[in-house]
Design a protein around this ligand. Structure first.
Ligand SMILES: *Cc1c(COP(=O)(O)O)cnc(C)c1O
Length: 354
């Protein structure tokens, strides 16, 4: 085996997802709300007619139509669906990789950019964000773009795990400087104040990526790319047939037809985020960063210990300490229901070191 599996794959550790059991799960940016009984019944009624003996509809056009209308996607832009946006990142890397090609992203950011670059043997350049405010370090970004001429740049807007939305002026400067493809990853768009969808007409090297995961449908695995048919027509060739399964197609169409349910939940999460941020910041020895996503990044003394103690008391968040130099003693908590947030705050108060 050692002779055949590529060394860089052997060196990887598989993406670790902790088992959550019955813990209060505030580690994965999921929407904490489930569906009402009546709403679930209506959904199950639709699944009753699913033909599981048949292959799914390959292009899943009905999902695309629904997405266009609820997400206000311009009519002249194309859409590609992925089995989560992770699959789209992989398709993009496969399409743009070649001898000496570079994938560039700021760091810390979404770990799959680096991992997938590794999978497909694309050279990865991580450009550190500014210490303190996690804004783009534009001197370093523009210099690295000039030097490496990346084929592919990923900008998470808002950024995970820092929660901030980069300056739009900085992103425009990157779009103007980059010769390759720039993908703005708007996984947290439902919680943010701004989108780059309307920049697509202006910048021919821009694609916008979204997902339904953070919106409330993480279990369905549906991501999508929006952009010109010139770009997407090529990327589409790499899409495996039937990547969006029948149950996901039926469930997504149902959920998008009832988009107001998701919007209402999102609105609630945004309000609760503000309350949680204020309460966290008021605690001794905690610093919270501003967030336009459904999670908060905060810093505390002995973060790893605090994380372990929370976990031992059945509250699961994410420990970022050790994952990047700028994230020393940092933890990330997803905004839960008001009850979950209260329990988190109470337990944190008990285990924190001041
Ligand atoms: C969660 C996340 C994704 C992954 O989304 P899936 O559609 O669930 O694969 C992509 N980008 C960022 C920045 C994320 O935080």
């Amino acid at each position: 085996m050692n002779n055949w599996i590529r060394p860089e794959i052997q060196q990887l550790t598989a993406y670790h997802v902790p088992k959550s059991g019955n813990a209060i799960k505030l580690d994965a940016m999921e929407n904490p709300y489930s569906w009402s009984v009546a709403y679930k019944e209506a959904w199950l009624e639709i699944l009753r007619n699913a033909s599981l003996n048949r292959y799914p509809e390959s292009s899943a056009d009905e999902i695309k139509q629904q997405l266009r209308s609820v997400m206000k996607i311009p009519d002249d832009m194309s859409i590609i669906l992925g089995n989560g946006s992770d699959e789209l990142i992989q398709m993009l890397a496969l399409a743009l990789n070649d001898e000496g090609r570079v994938l560039l992203a700021p760091e810390p950011s979404f770990v799959m950019y680096r991992m997938i670059a590794n999978f497909v043997r694309m050279q990865y350049i991580g450009v550190p964000l500014q210490v303190g405010d996690f804004e783009l370090d534009m001197f370093a970004m523009l210099e690295d773009i000039e030097i490496h001429q990346p084929a592919l740049i990923f900008l998470a807007y808002p950024n995970n795990p820092t929660g901030n939305a980069f300056s739009t002026d900085d992103i425009e400067a990157i779009l103007e400087t980059a010769n390759g493809l720039v993908v703005i990853d708007e996984a947290y768009a439902p919680f943010a104040e701004h989108t780059f969808i309307h920049y697509l007409h202006e910048y021919p090297n821009l694609l916008v990526m979204r997902t339904l995961s953070k919106l409330g449908l993480a279990g369905l695995r549906l991501g999508f790319l929006v952009g010109s048919s010139e770009w997407l027509g090529e990327i589409e060739k790499l899409r495996l047939p039937y990547n969006i399964n029948t149950l996901t197609q039926l469930s997504t169409v149902f959920a998008l037809q009832n988009y107001d349910v998701l919007e209402q939940q999102t609105k609630q999460i945004k309000q609760d985020r503000e309350r949680l941020a204020i309460q966290l910041e008021a605690m001794d020895g905690i610093h919270v960063w501003p967030s336009q996503a459904n999670f908060l990044l905060f810093q505390t003394k002995n973060a790893k210990k605090v994380f372990d103690r929370l976990k031992a008391r059945n509250v699961l968040i994410k420990c970022l300490h050790g994952s990047h130099p700028t994230l020393e003693n940092c933890l990330r908590v997803t905004v839960g229901t008001p009850e979950e947030n209260n329990i988190f705050l109470q337990v944190l108060e008990q285990v924190i070191e001041t």
